[in-house]
Design a protein around this ligand. Structure first.
Ligand SMILES: Cc1cc2nc3c(=O)[nH]c(=O)nc-3n(C[C@H](O)[C@H](O)[C@H](O)COP(=O)(O)O)c2cc1C
Length: 372
């Protein structure tokens, strides 16, 4: 039987599945259900100092197949109410509070209040793309200095492990990860949603009540894989200190979990996919992961964690051909496109050159026109 247990920040998870923040809303009852149904770790809805009502609807839409855009507005009861019902464990599953602060000082006070609840760890949401309403203001996780200040504030108030939740809406995510780890984070979670807007063609306006939102779901999986890969590669190449990565972004079954583990994640969130497969997704996906591991001959997760990174060696890239399974879509993508016959390609080139000459003449005309 494959061993799918995971050691994460001193916690022993029964499997690598995680319920990402906000997916089941504010109700702790829903979290309890996910715990009973076999999730490895729970993250609460992001909690703020004061209650937040959230934005007016629509707050969640399916903009493309498998791609949700949400702008909930971080609705939550505030830390005082949260503290009354919070439990560090539910049915033996660790419950990690997610913290959101409007400023460094607010985050510090919030973190102090949460520390008194004795959580197993805290996740700091530095990356909600719509927390500032429709203002499109800069996110904390888009700036290394702001990231370090926010994580530093939490680190100064608590001894529990800090997970820094990063944004994919940056060029070099590992630089933000470096700032978070430097300032006291013990793990990175990535990614939050991608900034997104959908426009209603009929009413000629943004669809969401908040106008702008964040995209999640299977449609973002390859993008999230790329962002997590960037962090993993930086750790492997010594540009970033080693730390566990909790991966979020489009995973919806056991093989998706395997894919994130193959690029170096330690645990993997199943978020938007819960809306399609319900909370049973956690135990079902764990079973699917076990089947995948058995087929591949892996006894435990460390046996293959980070294995796909080998293909991304900076100095020596393996040849694809013989090593990839013959039936994989990946191989098909590698097969060269049929080449046009030499005569055809030469004709094509001549035509293109003629077109180019015409373009140049037209350009010359334009310039003359302008001079006139
Ligand atoms: C409806 C909804 C609400 C969310 N609320 C939060 C939140 O409160 N805090 C947070 O850090 N992330 C929040 N997220 C982002 C998710 O935690 C996760 O990072 C993202 O959805 C990508 O994972 P997925 O594609 O598996 O859903 C929310 C996502 C959705 C769809």
């Amino acid at each position: 039987m494959s061993d799918v247990t995971v050691d994460l920040l001193g916690m022993k998870l029964q499997n690598p599945t995680v319920l990402p923040s906000g997916i089941l809303g504010e109700s702790l009852g829903m979290l309890e259900e996910a715990a009973v149904k076999g999730v490895g770790m729970l993250i609460t809805k992001s909690i703020t100092m004061r209650p937040r009502e959230g934005y007016q609807g629509p707050t969640v839409i399916e903009a493309v197949p498998g791609g949700l855009i949400n702008a909930m507005g971080l609705p939550n009861p505030g830390v005082e109410e949260f503290a009354k019902t919070y439990k560090p464990k539910m049915s033996g599953v660790p419950v990690v509070p997610s913290l959101y602060g409007n400023s460094v000082s607010e985050l510090r006070v919030l973190s102090l209040a949460i520390d008194r609840l004795d959580p197993p760890a805290v996740e700091v949401n530095l990356s909600c793309p719509h927390a500032g309403g429709s203002s499109r203001r800069k996110l904390v996780a888009q700036d290394p200095a702001l990231t370090a200040q926010h994580i530093g504030a939490v680190a100064s108030t608590t001894d529990v492990p800090i997970i820094a939740k990063l944004s994919p809406n940056v060029t070099d995510i590992y630089e933000i990860a470096a700032a978070a780890l430097f300032a006291g984070a013990s793990a990175i979670s990535a990614v939050n949603t991608f900034s997104a807007i959908e426009i209603d063609g009929h009413f000629e306006r943004p669809v969401l009540g908040n106008f702008i939102g964040g995209m999640s779901g299977p449609a973002i999986k390859p993008l999230a894989l790329a962002k997590v890969t960037e962090i993993s590669l930086a750790m492997r190449d010594g540009r970033l200190e080693e730390a566990p990565i909790i991966a979020y972004g489009g995973a919806s079954n056991g093989e998706d979990i395997a894919k994130f583990l193959l690029i170096g994640a330690t645990a993997v969130g199943l978020g938007s996919a819960v809306y399609k497969r319900d909370v049973d997704i956690f135990s079902e996906s764990t079973d699917e992961l076990k089947v995948w591991m058995k087929e591949k001959g892996y006894d435990d997760i460390p046996a293959f964690r980070g294995k796909a990174l080998e293909w991304l060696e900076s100095e020596e890239t393996p040849e694809y051909g013989d090593e990839a399974p013959e039936d994989s879509a990946f191989v098909n993508m590698q097969s060269p496109l049929p080449k046009p016959s030499e005569d055809e390609s030469e004709e094509g080139e001549e035509e293109d050159e003629e077109d180019l000459d015409e373009d140049v003449e037209e350009d010359d005309l334009d310039e003359e026109d302008l001079e006139e």
